[in-house]
Design a protein around this ligand. Structure first.
Ligand SMILES: Nc1ncnc2c1ncn2[C@@H]1O[C@H](COP(=O)(O)OP(=O)(O)OP(=O)(O)O)[C@@H](O)[C@H]1O
Ligand SMILES: [Mg+2]
Length: 163
């Protein structure tokens, strides 16, 4: 599958949220966002921003759905937030009842997406978070499939203009 990758370094929680918000504003219905990286690396913080970019109302506070597996928030598209940390065996979106979401008006953000079976996904974006220091995170963003590569180019433009 065609893919395209960029790398962004953030220096604060707010910068990671801002990245999430900007990406959220660009997302199309049916996008799967696969998040990976160590505990406390910023996956949930990113999803908080993503929610803002998808116009999820401010009164919804986004936390890791660790005990519920899945949280759902209304927005420009419905945001499904999944956390697979406690899942033992790899699952696919059908197992968690979200397969139809790819063809509908939803966006799916998955933490610990190393446990998500991605073989059947035709398009998705993946973000890998790495802790560089107290407040510094390296975020590698990869788009898989033509449309997600276009998304990576849009993100790239936003960040090139800034620097
Ligand atoms: N640049 C940064 N980006 C994101 N978070 C940061 C940054 N610098 C410091 N932090 C802190 O790192 C923590 C990130 O927590 P978060 O819950 O988002 O991690 P997570 O990857 O979702 O972890 P888990 O795997 O436990 O769900 C927060 O406490 C946040 O304040
Ligand atoms: Mg989390």
């Amino acid at each position: 599958m065609i893919s395209k990758q960029i790398q962004i370094i953030t220096e604060s929680l707010e910068e990671t949220q801002a990245l999430g918000r900007k990406i959220g504003m660009l997302l199309e219905a049916g996008t799967v966002v696969a998040l990976s990286g160590d505990l406390g690396s910023g996956k949930t913080v990113f999803v908080q921003g993503l929610a803002r970019g998808l116009d999820v109302p401010n009164e919804y506070y986004i936390t890791s759905p660790t005990y519920t597996l899945l949280n759902e928030y209304p927005g420009r598209y419905t945001l499904f937030h999944v956390d697979l940390y406690r899942i033992e065996n790899p699952v696919d979106l059908e197992d968690i009842g979200l397969y139809e979401t790819i063809d509908s008006d939803g966006v799916v953000a998955v933490e610990w997406a190393d446990k998500l079976q991605k073989d059947f996904l035709s398009e998705y974006i993946a973000l890998h978070f790495e802790i560089l220091g107290d407040e510094s995170r390296k975020i590698v963003i990869t788009g898989y499939g033509h449309e997600r590569c276009d998304l990576i180019e849009k993100i790239q433009k936003i960040y090139e203009e800034k620097t």
